[in-house]
Design a protein around this ligand. Structure first.
Ligand code: ZN
Length: 198
């Protein structure tokens, strides 16, 4: 058992976990069983680190190292031209930044427009465990996600990491690009695209 698994077990049990300062705050409709409380308290410090929003323990050197490493692999192992290799490396950095600055929100309210869940406009969970989901209407998601990407671009630019001139990012990260399978099905229906998911 590690902190990630403890978080997933708590979520499965219907417990909402939040971090306030160095404290772990639990929200549940019924008191959690003692074994669950014990599990969470044993892993508290690691869970707080895992869930604390916006914590990025990476220094500029770490980001540059990731970029150089990915660009090197794509260029020398993958045989890509340098500009293309750097574009791929940049996409990796952007995905990493988004993962390290994941956003969670409580279900029941759209993170973008603040609206509620409606039968015709259901709120969908975007993101992956263990960092949790951001809940948005499907039509609110693109705007919100563009803003998220813009933040990643700005943060990387501040560290001197930019996409090579004349290139565009084609590879998007997987983690929060798509909502859950059910939502993917819904989106596929809406857009009349062939749905190939499970
Ligand atoms: Zn909305």
């Amino acid at each position: 058992m590690n902190a990630t698994k403890a978080v997933m077990e708590a979520r499965t049990a219907g417990i909402q976990l939040d971090v306030e300062g160095d404290d772990l705050v639990l929200e549940a409709s019924a008191p959690p069983p003692p074994a669950m409380l014990d599990l969470l308290s044993r892993h508290k410090a690691a869970i707080v680190l895992l869930l604390r929003p916006g914590v990025d323990s990476w220094a500029v050197e770490d980001w540059k190292a990731l970029f150089d490493e990915r660009a090197g692999i794509a260029e020398f192992d993958g045989g890509l031209p340098r500009a293309q290799a750097e574009t791929l490396a940049y996409a990796c950095c952007a995905a990493e930044w988004l993962n390290r600055h994941s956003v969670r929100s409580p279900p029941g309210q759209c993170l973008d427009c603040g609206g509620r869940d409606h039968a015709h406009d259901p709120l969908l969970p975007y993101g992956v465990e263990p960092t949790g989901h951001a809940w948005l209407h499907s039509y609110c998601w693109p705007t919100w996600y563009e803003a998220r990407k813009a933040k990643a671009v700005a943060a990387l630019a501040a560290m001197g990491i930019t996409v090579p001139v004349g290139q565009s990012i084609k590879q998007e990260e997987q983690s929060e690009h798509l909502p859950s399978d059910a939502a993917r099905e819904l989106r596929a229906e809406e857009t009349n695209l062939p749905f190939t998911g499970k």
